[in-house]
Design a protein around this ligand. Sequence first.
Ligand code: AMP
Length: 283
Amino acid sequence: MQIITEPGQMQSIAEKLRLNRQCIGVVMTMGALHEGHLSLVKLAQQTAGTIILTIFVNPTQFGVNEDLHQYPRPFENDVALAKAAGVDFLFAPEAEGIYPEHYQTTVACSEVTKVFEGEKRPDHFKGVATIVTKLFNITKPHIAVFGEKDAQQLAVIRRVVQDLNMDIKVIEAPIVREQSGLAVSSRNIYLSIEERDAATILYKAIGHAKKRVAEPEYNLAAIAEEIEEMINSTPGCRSDYAGFVDEATYEPVETAETGKEYRLLLAMYSGTVRLIDNAKIRA
Ligand code: AMP
């Protein structure tokens, strides 16, 4: 496995791979690699012969009061995990290489970024859309694998790829969970044992929503309220949002229609740690 830090060098390697008719698969991460990230690599390897894994803690997608500076950066361990997973190129640029002096261009996607995570974290998805576009241009992939764990992010990326005519196949990887149901996340290391235990309410809330929709209960707004109540009545936990969107358009939905697919989007705090989760639910 080769480690590359210069965007220009990564770009010329990608160009050579393309000239040699290699199928390039990219997996983008912020590092602190875990089972979730590695499942994306495995999925990419099913289609692509050459895998580029990117590690970049992108400053422009963090809000002023967010955890940019505390974000875990266990680089040596990440290198070992990427190597063991069969990654071919690890692209780990410095912030200065990605956003040099006088940098001033962004990619902004509109409607899908206005609700839920986008509403709570202004400019977050502008940062995501921009870095993903830049990393696409640097790694020149044929396919790119993203996790369903960040479902709204995936919806934004799909929009950007389609709207800007990017010739890249976006593949969605299912959420990897711990035995408790808690979605694996680089941020889980911030949780104390008690907070980690309490955080399992998020997965229980998803189970509750699935059961209610299956009854069938069509009042999705009422189900979202029940979920917020479940979370808020768990010691140490506070709901940030809970709600349903139309899986196709990402427009918020209050009443279900039989046969349609919805996405339940959730965010909560366990102690001071913010966690997100989601599930696709068919009415
Ligand atoms: P991150 O490093 O958290 O920005 O995540 C990088 C990629 O890994 C994104 O596409 C995430 O959706 C995906 N990912 C993170 N956690 C998981 C998980 N538990 N299961 C599946 N994919 C995940």
